[in-house]
Design a protein. Structure first.
Length: 265
């Protein structure tokens, strides 16, 4: 069945103040969605007030928050909204996003909120395989992915993904997080035992922004790079967000298609 008229897609991201990674990730996700659904207007909203304010002051660029985007769509005559968040997991950010979106529910005929990147088993397996194909570390090396982490129960996804890499035949791919209880510190003793020839750091985040540039690859003594170099490991860093990988963006497209199917039922 065709998608109802006056339907739009709203892509909701946390945001980033790093223009290069924004072009390669958030904007590429939005472009892919627009190309896949050429008849549907595509709107953008960012949830971080700090980043939005920084871009306004630094670049003179105004990016709508969720409330503004919902008002804009209403004013544009949109009646049905497919919401695609670009979060990795469904944590506190996702909970707050859903609450804000549904505050405008009365203004539309229907609102469908699609999954974040990793929710179902299919999502997990596709993300796992995408990263194995992208990095395929040599057997004597180790790939350590930096996730954001959270106190939300959704943080359980990170150790689950860590196990999935092992079950998929890649015991040398690991994940730890900046926040939450699955931190780098919990991995150091195991890392000393493994003692790989080389440790490759990469972000397990949609964008390679502040966390990747500073917390992971920065020169400060508390960055992952500095901590591991102090431990005696040879370190290299890749500043590439998950959103740069076409196979990751395809997962978001699959979620949007599932959302559009809900509108036609």
């Amino acid at each position: 069945m065709p998608i109802p008229e006056k339907t739009a897609v709203l892509v909701i991201s946390f945001g980033t103040s790093y223009p290069e990674t924004r072009k390669k990730t958030i904007e590429k996700i939005e472009k892919d969605i627009q190309q896949a659904f050429p008849d549907l207007p595509c709107y953008r909203a960012w949830t971080s007030p700090r980043i939005r304010a920084k871009l306004k002051k630094r670049d003179g660029t105004h990016i709508m928050d969720i409330a503004e985007a919902m008002i804009q769509m209403k004013n544009d005559g949109i009646r049905n909204v497919i919401v695609q968040p670009t979060y990795v997991i469904t944590g506190f950010e996702s909970d707050a996003m859903k609450k804000e979106v549904l505050a405008s529910e009365k203004d539309f005929d229907s609102i469908v909120i699609c999954d974040s990147l990793i929710v179902t088993q299919q999502d997990k397996e596709e993300v796992c395989q995408a990263l194995i194909r992208e990095y395929h570390p040599a057997s004597e090396d180790l790939l350590l992915l930096m996730g954001h982490g959270t106190e939300h129960i959704a943080n359980e996804l990170y150790p689950e993904m860590d196990r999935l890499f092992k079950e998929s035949g890649c015991p040398n791919i690991h994940i730890r997080t900046v926040e939450g209880d699955f931190s780098l510190e919990t991995f150091l003793e195991e890392l000393r035992t493994i003692h790989p020839a080389h440790v490759h750091l990469a972000p397990f985040m949609i964008v390679a922004g502040d966390h990747a540039s500073n917390d992971m690859a920065g020169e400060d003594e508390d960055s992952w790079k500095s901590i591991l170099e102090k431990e005696g490991f040879q370190i290299s860093c890749t500043l590439q967000g998950l959103g740069e990988l076409p196979s990751i963006r395809d997962i978001f497209l699959r979620h949007v298609r599932a959302g559009s199917a809900q509108l036609t039922r």
